[in-house]
Ligand binder design. Sequence first.
Ligand SMILES: NC(=O)c1ccc[n+]([C@@H]2O[C@H](COP(=O)([O-])OP(=O)(O)OC[C@H]3O[C@@H](n4cnc5c(N)ncnc54)[C@H](OP(=O)(O)O)[C@@H]3O)[C@@H](O)[C@H]2O)c1
Length: 300
Amino acid sequence: MTPTPQARDLVGRTALVTGANAGIGYWCAEQLAARGARVLLGCRSTERAGVAERSIRERVEGADVGILSLDLGSLTSVATAAASVDEPLHGVICNAGVKAADPDDRTADEHDLMIGTNALGHFALLAQLLPSLAPDARVVAVGSIAHRFARIDPGTIDAAWTGASLRQYGRSKAAVMALAFELDRRWRGTARSALCAHPGYAVDPLTPIRDGLAPVRPIARRLASLTRGLVQGKDAGAAPIVHAATSPDATGGDYWGPGGLLEFRGAPRRVRASDEVRSRSTGAALWTAAEQLTGVRFDV
Ligand SMILES: NC(=O)c1ccc[n+]([C@@H]2O[C@H](COP(=O)([O-])OP(=O)(O)OC[C@H]3O[C@@H](n4cnc5c(N)ncnc54)[C@H](OP(=O)(O)O)[C@@H]3O)[C@@H](O)[C@H]2O)c1
């Protein structure tokens, strides 16, 4: 995205994007930087983060980009990362995600890999970032259409699972969404807000090329072009998330996604989240479970 003078509406604002070295997180970071925001790339590999940082600087003149070393699959890394932030954050985009895993895959703290990374890691991060959040900070949790097919039981959220990885992925996305909606309820009456957004069905072969990021073979690009009417690139997938993070039109408790067929692609619009992720009782119980599982109190 080429910045235009009239688009530099985020000068003076700072956003942290987790998992910003690839895919949708990268595009959120590039789009925010193009609008003048200072962007912190929250990544577990400083090498991959460096590639993303260079790519943004090549595309966006005068980009203000920093790197925050952050492994969401390690509560020690999360605590160190949160403690090292010494500037006010106006936005946090909880984008990093593991999309497939085996039941035996664990985080450094022995939690299920997808629940531990996607939901518990972001919960612990936000809890410990609290002193660094600006008075009007906005948190966006990246959800998924898959949340609709998942049941969440706060009492067994980290329990062993069997069956399809996609179902457990959906559970982890439902959990991060329910926690974001709960955070928003707890912030009511303050200028802070939390909301959710999803990228639809966004794939690398339909995404503009960025050197060093997600290499795609030309044949895959040609084949993918046949699907352009149904799905979209990750640059477009970032749009509902950036919209949720920055638009005056978006407010706490919203859920944004692509407006096209099946919410797979298209311009951002408000979409429906399941009753379960919006449930007050589920959100409150999940909050308590997340505090117990992470050993991190989230006082709001
Ligand atoms: N693509 C879609 O169609 C789609 C649909 C619905 C929802 N989503 C959600 O959108 C988000 C981004 O998806 P994507 O398609 O862009 O995925 P992606 O290309 O696989 O990128 C995932 C990002 O998350 C990072 N990450 C994974 N584990 C991490 C950890 N322990 N600590 C820090 N960062 C970690 C990865 O870093 P490394 O490079 O270090 O692995 C990478 O930067 C995910 O939350 C996903 O669930 C995607």
